[in-house]
Write a protein that binds this ligand. Structure first.
Ligand code: PEP
Ligand code: MG
Length: 588
């Protein structure tokens, strides 16, 4: 862009989280790295030193690889810049001093090397010599890489300033969302991403307007720019003119008044005009969200994503930590059902602790994730199951397994659940003996053969985020193929129809907990297909409930019937949008 001007420029991306935000830019090119800090005893120190040595070797190899790539693409002179980085890794002062620091403070190696490295940086940065100042920045770069290898954190990510801002970043990994300064975050704009990436789900649950999939917006805005984020239409307006601000100011007022009116209605029951009940549940990641869900009139929690509780911790969660996290949410829901999903690690949800024994894979969404990981790490799984069962003594807890691909996995998971129950019984620890468990249907094999899963499940919950990605071969994080991600595609709708029929014939309840359920335009379709429970991000509850309250079940069934015989998914969407707008007409 003409980055020397402050003229208005508009860019269109994917409308990922509704709302309008206006503020100064915080342009993020690198994130603050999370430095775990904990005590280690004499015995553990040997292990710490060997972790340190491995990380030094790994870091050295990465830098040599970068150097080689630069040598090939740019030449020898440019590649030599990395010699300085390699020297840092051989600097005995840094290495020995870090080990000495650990022995003196009894703090883990990450905390020790970080403290020593930063002392070096501070000392060098003060010296009035350009060469030495450069060395400080070399140490800083190497230190970050070293820490990322020690902790498994990616180096791409985010941090934000201590004032209100719109975050503009290439991408935000789920594990980074904890480091985002939520209090000051007005809006979110990224090059990468799609509607179902987890960062976006988090933005939606925090009610933060977001536009993603803009390609190269980080190259187009400057730190001194002001941006307007239109999360309804997926527009980002850099340096908006007075006219634009006026237009959006009016739009914002209009939307705020609609949202306020919907909020009032959200306290009422989730019934259609003709009295048909749709259970409206919330998707949460913490007890704080559970409380918000209650305020917004949720009938319960339909999906508690548990992996986020433990994403940024340095060690595996204990049974007690699991238990407390779940009990807090269960108590907040005050007797309403809380469907807790067992760990769905892997894919784009990589934990930072190396203790999880997870590695980067070339096809992470098809890899060793979720229930596959848990069945291979029964110790981790049983610890969680015991924590979950213990929380079931405090309310209506239900258990849900992610990424079930067939009956055998479901059987294994249920066997382990029985084992956890037997252990608790033996130890005299209370839990709900009548606790139920269900399978997520989010892999095509599970969808097609879902009749084989009826026996081992008390309910099905359809994870449309993954199901659609696998059915349509569209990576849910890849903005270049995001336009092919089509929830109204006839293949998707026929599959949903099939799952509902199998569930009903087995007398099971069936819900949708993917983002599809939170799109108010799609709600009549899902209800019309016979989905009796919708679980949506907390922020979406009022609008979804409003749609339920303003339709009749026969209308929804008719829309679903039409959609099932419509070969063109975009026509189905248009038809649904038309219906939705007719219900929203009273607001305009
Ligand atoms: C889904 O896949 O639809 C789902 C709800 O799970 P997640 O988005 O956490 O993968
Ligand atoms: Mg999923």
């Amino acid at each position: 862009m003409d980055s020397n001007s402050s003229e208005e420029h508009q860019y269109v991306g994917i409308a990922a989280s509704p709302g309008i935000a206006h503020g100064s830019v915080s342009l993020i090119r690198e994130k603050a790295i999370f430095v775990p800090k904990y005590k280690v005893d004499e015995e553990q120190m040997k292990g710490e030193v060997s972790r340190f040595e491995n990380a030094l070797v790994e870091t050295r190899k990465q830098i040599q690889d970068i150097q080689e790539a630069i040598r090939e693409s740019l030449g020898e002179d440019e590649a030599r810049i990395f010699d300085a980085h390699l020297l840092v890794l051989e600097d005995n002062a840094l290495i020995d001093e870090s080990i000495r620091e650990m022995k003196a403070t009894h703090e883990n190696i990450e905390a020790s090397v970080w403290a020593v490295g930063n002392r070096f940086i501070e000392a060098l940065a003060k010296i009035d010599d350009e060469y030495l100042r450069e060395r400080a920045s070399d140490i800083r770069d190497v230190l970050r890489r070293l820490l990322s290898n020690l902790t498994g954190q990616s180096l791409e990510g985010v941090e934000g300033p201590d004032e209100k801002h719109v975050l503009v970043a290439h991408d935000i990994a789920p594990s980074d969302s904890a480091s985002v300064n939520k209090e000051h975050l007005l809006g979110l704009v990224t090059d990468a991403g799609s509607k179902t990436s987890h960062t976006v789900i988090v933005a939606r649950s925090m009610n933060i307007p977001a536009v993603v999939g803009l390609g190269d917006i980080t190259q187009k805005v400057r730190p001194e720019d002001v941006v307007l984020v239109d999360g309804y239409e997926g527009r980002v307006i850099v340096n908006p003119s007075a006219d634009t601000l006026l237009k959006y100011g009016k739009l914002k007022d209009e939307r705020t008044s609609i949202e306020e009116r919907m909020l009032v209605l959200s306290k009422e029951a989730s019934l259609t005009q003709d009295g048909y009940q749709v259970q409206l549940m919330a998707n949460i990641e913490s007890a704080a969200e559970a409380k918000k869900a209650v305020e917004l009139g949720a009938d319960g929690v339909g999906l508690f994503r548990t992996e986020f509780l433990f994403m940024n911790v340095h060690s595996l969660p204990t049974e007690e930590e699991h238990f407390q996290a779940y009990r807090d949410s269960v108590e907040a829901m005050d007797g309403a059902p809380v469907v807790i999903r067992t760990l769905d690690l892997g894919g784009d949800k990589m934990p930072s602790s190396s203790e999880y024994d997870m590695v980067e894979e070339s096809n992470p969404f098809l890899g060793y994730r979720a229930i596959r990981y848990c069945l291979g790490h029964t110790d981790v799984f049983l610890t969680q199951l015991r924590g979950l069962l213990r929380a079931s003594a405090y309310g209506d807890v239900r258990i849900m397994y992610p990424m079930i691909s067939g009956a055998f996995e479901l059987e294994q998971a249920n066997d382990l659940l029985e084992q956890a129950k037997a252990e608790l019984r033996e130890e005299g620890i209370p839990f709900n003996e009548g606790i139920t468990s269900g399978a997520m249907i989010e892999i095509p094999s599970a969808a097609i053969a879902c009749d084989t899963l009826v026996e081992g499940s008390s309910f099905f919950s359809i994870g449309t985020n993954d199901l659609i990605q696998y059915m349509m071969a569209v990576d849910r994080l890849n903005d270049r193929v995001a336009h092919l991600y089509e929830p109204t595609h006839p293949a998707v709708l026929r599959t949903l129809d099939m799952i509902v029929k199998a569930a009903k014939s087995g007398d099971l309840g069936v819900s949708v907990c993917g983002e599809m359920a939170g799109d108010p335009v799609l709600v009549p379709l899902l209800v019309g297909l016979g989905i009796d429970t919708l679980s949506v991000t907390v922020g979406a509850l009022p609008n979804v409930k409003y749609v339920v309250q303003n339709m009749r079940i026969e209308e929804a069934r008719e829309l679903a019937k039409e959609a099932l015989s419509e070969p063109d998914g975009s026509k189905t969407y248009e038809r649904l949008l038309e219906f939705y707008n007719s219900r929203m007409a009273e607001f305009y």
